[in-house]
Design a protein around this ligand. Structure first.
Ligand SMILES: [Zn+2]
Length: 239
C-alpha cells in the first residue's frame, strides 16, 4: 500500500487535478446516459425490476480489475463484491458487507457459481508481505488479518528466492484461503453439499489478461484457456 495519492501534491495542484478527475467521470456518465443507454434500452428495461446474475464475483477493489470487462459480461450478469485483497472473512467473525452479499447471492438470488478472483501486482498482497507499510492504516491492517493464514502457509513452506515469487505464491495461497473461508458460510456449505453451488478460485494477470484457475483435484493453478475439463475448486456434492 505504498501508492502515492494526490494528498501528497501541493494543495492548489491537488485541487485542480481532483476537479479534472471528477469532470472526466461526469463526462463519462453523460456519454453513457446519452449515447450508450439508448442503444441498450431493451436490456435496461428488462433489468429495471429483476436480476438473475450468472455468478457472484468476489475480487479486489483494485481499479485495474474490471470483472464485466474481463468476462465480457453485461449489466445483470455478475453480482460483484469487491474489497481490498479479495478477502472473504470466515463466517461468524464479521457480519459485514462480504458475508451479507454471499448470503444474499446464494439464498435470495440462487447463484450457482461464486468466483474468488485475485490478481497480479496486488497492493494488498504486497502489504501482507511488508506489514510495516500499514502502520498508518490500522483499518487495512485489521482487514488483512484474514489473509494471515496465506502468509503463514507461504512463510512455512516456500523458499521463495525473490519478492516477485513470494507475491505470486502468496496471491495463490490467499485465493485458496478465501475459498476455504467461503466454505465456512452455512448457505455456501449447504448448497455445495447438495451440488447446487460451485466455487472457483481465479488469478487474473493485469499484464497479459490471462487467468489461472485453482484445480482442487490436482491442487494447483491451471490456465483457464477453454480446454476441458475446466479447473474446479469444488468438491463433489454429498447429497
Ligand atoms: Zn489487489
Amino acid at each position: 500500500m505504498t501508492d502515492k495519492d494526490s494528498s501528497q501534491k501541493e494543495p492548489a495542484a491537488a485541487a485542480e487535478s481532483a476537479e479534472a478527475a471528477l469532470k472526466t467521470i461526469i463526462d463519462g456518465f453523460l456519454h453513457f446516459h446519452r449515447e450508450v443507454f439508448p442503444q441498450q434500452e431493451e436490456l435496461f428495461k428488462k433489468l429495471a425490476t429483476a436480476q438473475t446474475p450468472r455468478a457472484m464475483f468476489i475480487t479486489c477493489a483494485d481499479s485495474r480489475i474490471v470483472p464485466e470487462l474481463i468476462t465480457h459480461s453485461s449489466p445483470g450478469d455478475l453480482f460483484v463484491t469487491r474489497n481490498v485483497g479479495n478477502v472473504v472473512p470466515p463466517y461468524g467473525q464479521m457480519n459485514g458487507g462480504v458475508s451479507t452479499a454471499i448470503e444474499y447471492a446464494v439464498l435470495a438470488l440462487g447463484v450457482h457459481h461464486i468466483i474468488v478472483c485475485g490478481h497480479s501486482d496486488c497492493g494488498a498482497m504486497r502489504a501482507v508481505l511488508n506489514p510495516d507499510t500499514l502502520e498508518k492504516m490500522p483499518t487495512v491492517k485489521a482487514w488483512l488479518r484474514h489473509a494471515e493464514v496465506a502468509k503463514t502457509v507461504v512463510h512455512d513452506n516456500c523458499n521463495c528466492a525473490t519478492e516477485a515469487e513470494s507475491m505470486q505464491v502468496l496471491t495463490e495461497e490467499n485465493v485458496i484461503a478465501q475459498l476455504q473461508h467461503l466454505r465456512t458460510h452455512p448457505s455456501v456449505a449447504s448448497r455445495m453439499a447438495s451440488g447446487q453451488l460451485f466455487i472457483h478460485g481465479w488469478i487474473y494477470s493485469i499484464e497479459t489478461s490471462e487467468i489461472r484457475a485453482y484445480d482442487a483435484e490436482r491442487d494447483c493453478f491451471l490456465p483457464l484457456d477453454g480446454t476441458l475439463p475446466t479447473p474446479s475448486a469444488t468438491p463433489k456434492g454429498r447429497f
